[in-house]
Design a protein around this ligand. Sequence first.
Ligand code: NDP
Length: 285
Amino acid sequence: MELTLLGLGAMGAALARTWLAAGYPLTVWNRTSSRAEPLEAEGATVAATAAEAVAGGRLVVVCLLDDASVGEALADADLTGKDLVNLTTGTPAQARARAAWAQDRGARFLDGGIMAVPPMIGVPESGGYVFYSGSRALFDERHDVLAVPAAARFAGADPGFAALHDVALLSAMTGMFAGISHAFALIRGEDLAPKEFAPLLVDWLTAMAPAAYEIASQLESGDYTEGVGSNLAMMVEGNATLLRTAEEQRVSAELLVPFMDLMARRLADGHGDEGTAGVVELLTR
Ligand code: NDP
């Protein structure tokens, strides 16, 4: 198995170490060559240029900062007959363009979205995994090696789907962090220990997360009132209490207001008996 890895940042170095530990001969390249030295000591072959590294591998994995750095690093590389796997975070459109670019250069292509941070790489029980999309044949043939750093999940033949899944999950996480920040701001300055409050937050968010299944079912049936336990009219009423409490606690409600405004708009449009699925429609441009 001729394996090449371009990029030895925090994530690239973690990937490299799992392949070396699993006994895969590995050729590596990094723009700043000093970052490759520790990997060389651990058994990697260090290439002087990205083009040389690509020439040394049949399967070429790229984990650089962004899509522009991928284009820059691979500009002079001969990709004919290579299997190119891009684990650099990007947008769905960038992944689709990169897939066409790779195909024009004679390579099979997979884009990847890493759902893990470096300490989770090579630790199966961490729950980390990578979404892949693009060439199914490449995924199937290289699955064993790709699954060494983290479990590999195929997200579709559309090369943009790994990035789309990745970004959709990260976007949901961003909303969750916004909520957590607001909750901690509310209790700040009170006789409440954040460490004692944290488990309550985790339990509540865990209990509420399955609402995603209800919303999914409503979006698929088109009936946004289906199985609604907490309706929009009630929730918008409750939002007023959330906002008044923020004011009493001298906390800015700026993280909550955009979502609450959308809920109020949907209610004003006459959808008080729905849950929050209708907000998805308001967001769709
Ligand atoms: P780092 O900032 O640690 O490393 C960035 C890497 O990109 C370095 O190897 C750097 O080289 C290289 N690089 C930057 N610009 C260029 C360029 N113009 N040409 C060639 N090489 C370049 O980032 P990570 O390793 O953490 O992240 C890499 C990718 O993995 C990113 O797309 C990131 O979004 C993704 N990822 C990271 C996660 C994390 O938690 N770290 C989690 C999930 C995904 P040099 O050493 O010379 O600067």
